[in-house]
Design a protein around this ligand. Structure first.
Ligand code: AMP
Ligand code: AMP
Length: 316
């Protein structure tokens, strides 16, 4: 079993030997009073070197043979190897990389879901809480095509959007009568489910019965676009903690600065839980003084909220 200590040991050694460089970051919590939403905005200037989608040579797969200094485990958990993120903003940010190549556009398998879920249990303790996430599809904010989930510690003092959404709600499997949770407080479409409290209740089947209905709801947005003959590649963010699963359909990875007053914002899964990363100082200043700019940008890169709308016969 891979434990928290093996991650921290590999991280500390990799950092000492300059195999990874932790970004200099400062975080502030800002409030969008219109939407009554809180964002944790992290500003980093040193990440400019990180390759974006399209920067790397497409014939090369950096996750096929990861740097041994960044590799925590070649053999597990389950079908994955565990590799440290080479460009972390948060210490102990890891990637669960499939040992055999699979596409980042493929759905998560029940076995991958269960091993990711159990991994969250294996590394968590009363002081450390972790979230795993999957950026799938070209518009999800992903940069690498080799299938990988990511796992990182989340701040103890900042409630994530899915924490608020699922707070006090008992687990259920979505069906005709019970739709996944979606609140009209968030500007963008999202779907959430509380997971059972008992670790042993959570099986491959149960996780698949949560993930696939959420995924179906997300994919319906792309089918609707197809009907209007505008094809948008299927993209979504999937996030999971020990407490919940959450999916957000995505329409674009970043906003267009030319129609957004020069604002430079791009998002992956973390942003849709409330954790915003900014690399441009002017953007950091603007969104710190007007957090409603973040809400608008999240909507622009997602789809409009559909809370309260009943699914129809044309939906997946
Ligand atoms: P994504 O951008 O969602 O596809 O996630 C890929 C992650 O892998 C990013 O967070 C990168 O910082 C990280 N990354 C990029 N290249 C490497 C590499 N060679 N080894 C480990 N992590 C990497
Ligand atoms: P990006 O360039 O957006 O892919 O992000 C750069 C690195 O920071 C990647 O390793 C991301 O997964 C990670 N990251 C993105 N957003 C956040 C955030 N809000 N907090 C911590 N790390 C983040």
């Amino acid at each position: 079993m891979v434990d928290y200590e093996s991650i921290t040991k590999t991280f500390d050694a990799a950092q000492q030997n300059a195999h990874l460089q932790l970004a200099d970051a400062e975080s502030v919590v800002v409030r969008d009073s219109k939407g009554n939403l809180q964002y944790r905005v992290t500003y980093v200037s040193s990440l400019q070197q990180k390759p974006e989608r399209g920067d790397a040579d497409p014939s090369k797969d950096p996750l096929a043979a990861p740097d041994p200094a960044l590799t925590v485990s070649d053999e597990g958990p389950g079908p994955f190897k565990l590799v440290l993120n080479k460009f972390p903003v948060t210490p102990y940010h890891t990637l669960l990389v499939t040992r055999d190549y699979a596409s980042q556009e493929s759905a998560l398998t029940p076995s991958e879901l269960l091993h990711a879920y159990r991994f969250l249990h294996d590394i968590s303790d009363s002081e450390h809480r972790f979230m795993c996430f999957y950026n799938s599809g070209v518009n999800s904010g992903s940069s690498l095509d080799h299938k990988h989930l990511q796992v990182l510690p989340v701040p103890a003092d900042f409630p994530l959007f899915p924490d608020i959404l699922t707070n006090g709600r008992a687990h259920f499997i979505p069906n005709d009568r019970m739709e996944p949770l979606q609140t009209d407080q968030l500007p963008f479409a999202h779907f959430g489910i509380p997971l059972p409290q008992g670790k042993d209740e959570v099986t491959e089947d149960l996780l698949a019965m949560c993930y696939f209905p959420l995924l179906q709801r997300a994919l319906t947005f792309f089918r609707n676009w197809d009907l209007e003959s505008e094809v948008i590649p299927k993209s979504y963010n999937m996030m999971m903690t020990k407490e919940w699963m959450f999916i957000v359909p995505r329409s674009q990875p970043k906003i267009d600065p030319s129609v957004n007053d020069g604002l430079k914002l791009g998002f992956n899964s973390l942003a849709y839980t409330g954790m915003i990363l900014v690399k441009d100082q002017e953007t950091f200043q603007k969104i710190s003084s007007d957090a409603s700019l973040i809400s608008s940008a999240l909507l622009e890169c997602g789809f409009a909220n559909t809370a309260g709308t009943k699914p129809n016969e044309y939906d997946y």
